[in-house]
Design a protein around this ligand. Structure first.
Ligand SMILES: Cc1cc2nc3c(=O)[nH]c(=O)nc-3n(C[C@H](O)[C@H](O)[C@H](O)COP(=O)(O)OP(=O)(O)OC[C@H]3O[C@@H](n4cnc5c(N)ncnc54)[C@H](O)[C@@H]3O)c2cc1C
Length: 454
């Protein structure tokens, strides 16, 4: 048995948060409308939709298939979806229990014979008093043939709902102490496959989420990987629809995200079959939280002169770490670095500790502003002990003032290995796109040319 600290946000709550955010941005989900088919040419995509009022056609620049394991978009593109199904069937149930386990901890308990698992109980805490989502193997009495017709056996099959007695029987065998389950709120049977597409894009059509990769729910990676696909694609598409994407920018979505999908599918299959690997707990938590996702081999990341001086800083393609203690002129409270990042535009962090560096940085600011046409926010980070005054720094750079923060706690210096005159370009998805120990306008310009159309 293996108890782990865990915080379960129910799916309905996740959906509510996403729908609310979409509404804030002016969008809405149209329920009950089905994509029937689509066709694309060099100019756009025509989709046939079926809704309550019958069929209609929509023309769009791009189509993204976020339509799950049985994706019509994936099938319409004719993508291979290679992998297999696990023979086991599982059941889920949201119940209340009367055990005395610590609040907020999950329980993972299994029985093995000759290294093969023949009984499983995973209990994930949900909001509510002693309420858990139990995940278990299906007993023979509930087992049935796969229901899906398309050969992809994956997901919930709510037509066969396990009852309280089925869950109680597993608790009697595997609970950490004598336990009674009650108040069954929802239950379902589910099957698991592990599959991944051979490409995430064809022309103007993309796949993301379960449409692109499915795997065991071990480690809670599925939805999170899908959302990261969507984030990675969204900032590229945002530039493309404005006609500002460099050649190859959209293609780099597949180059970055497919290796991540392959790693997640492989890891979750290993964990489901053999249990979790014996990483140190912090690395394991960081990996499961997807903070270690990186794109070191992406064609879209790079570094310039003097990068070797940035000791301990995030490498190109890595997640830009947060840090605290950034102070602004005349403002009493400090900022976190992530508060400086917009999430829609790139952010260029320029660092200075001596006034002589500002002239060269001014040329970089001018280049970034001219080249990026409003798609790069520039911020100047002064070293804690720098004698440059905040006003001097902002004023020495030409054009509109550059926001200045001072690394008063030295946390930025530690997290980024920052040296005077260095830069980090953080992408909208929070990964480092480019860095240099000695910032040169022409090197930054060459990097931006891979992202932004001239
Ligand atoms: C038992 C279980 C537990 C899990 N636990 C976790 C967890 O703890 N953490 C985690 O991160 N992930 C978890 N996952 C995985 C997670 O549920 C999925 O990865 C995630 O829901 C995939 O999201 P998606 O939007 O890509 O696809 P889906 O959630 O499948 O959504 C696809 C949507 O597209 C719609 N659709 C399908 N076809 C069409 C069409 N032709 N036209 C219009 N709409 C269409 C569907 O109705 C659906 O609304 C779990 C999965 C299972 C089975």
């Amino acid at each position: 048995m293996c108890p782990t600290a865990s915080f379960g946000l129910p799916q309905y709550e996740t959906e509510r948060l996403l729908a609310d955010r979409l509404a804030e941005l002016g969008g809405r989900v149209e329920r009950g409308v089905e994509l029937v088919c689509f066709a694309q040419d060099t100019d756009g995509v025509t989709a046939v939709l079926r809704g309550p009022d019958g069929e209609s056609q929509v023309w769009a620049d791009y189509l993204v298939g976020c339509d799950g394991a049985h994706s019509a978009v994936r099938k319409g593109l004719g993508l291979a979806f290679t992998g297999d199904a696990f023979p086991e069937e599982y059941m889920l149930g949201d119940v209340q229990v009367d055990w005395n386990q610590p609040v907020g901890y999950g329980i993972r308990s299994m029985h093995q014979v000759d290294g093969n698992t023949d009984d499983v109980l995973v209990a994930i805490p949900l909001p509510g008093r002693r309420r858990y989502r139990m995940s278990m193997l299906v007993p023979d009495v509930l087992a049935s043939a796969p229901a899906q017709q398309d050969g992809v056996e994956h997901g919930l099959e709510s037509d066969r709902a396990p009852q309280l007695q089925h869950i109680q029987a597993v608790l009697d065998r595997l609970a950490p102490e004598p336990t009674r389950a009650s108040h069954l709120r929802w239950s379902s049977v589910f099957r698991i496959s592990h599959r991944i597409v051979d490409r995430y894009q064809r022309g103007r059509v993309f796949v993301a989420g379960d449409a692109a990769h499915i795997h065991p729910p071990t480690g809670a990676q599925g939805m999170n990987t899908g959302i990261q696909d969507a984030v990675a694609l969204a900032w590229r598409l945002a530039l493309a629809v404005k006609g500002m994407a460099a050649d190859g920018l959209l293609e780099s979505y597949d180059a970055e995200r497919r290796p991540v999908g392959e790693e997640v599918v492989g890891r979750t299959v290993r964990h489901a079959r053999a249990g979790f690997e014996t990483d140190d707990p912090e690395t394991m938590l960081r990996r499961e939280a997807q903070l270690l996702v990186a794109y070191p081999d992406s064609p879209l990341v790079g570094e310039g002169a003097g990068a070797e001086a940035l000791k301990g800083g995030p490498a190109p393609g890595s997640r830009a770490p947060d840090c605290r203690g950034l102070r602004r002129p005349a403002v009493a409270f400090p900022l976190r670095l992530h508060e400086l990042l917009d999430g829609r535009r790139h952010t260029l962090l320029l660092c200075a500790d001596e006034a002589e560096q500002l002239a060269e940085l001014a040329a970089v600011v001018a280049l970034a502003r001219d080249r990026a046409k409003g798609h790069v926010d520039v911020r100047l980070v002064l070293a804690a002990d720098s004698e440059i005054s905040d006003d001097t720094a902002g004023g020495l750079l030409d054009g509109p003032p550059v926001p200045v923060v001072r690394d008063s706690a030295g946390e930025f210096q530690t997290a980024y290995g920052a040296v005077g005159g260095c830069c980090y370009l953080i992408r909208p998805d929070g990964q480092v796109g480019f860095r240099a120990g000695r910032t040169r306008a022409e090197e930054l310009g060459a990097h931006l040319a891979k992202v932004l159309a001239a």
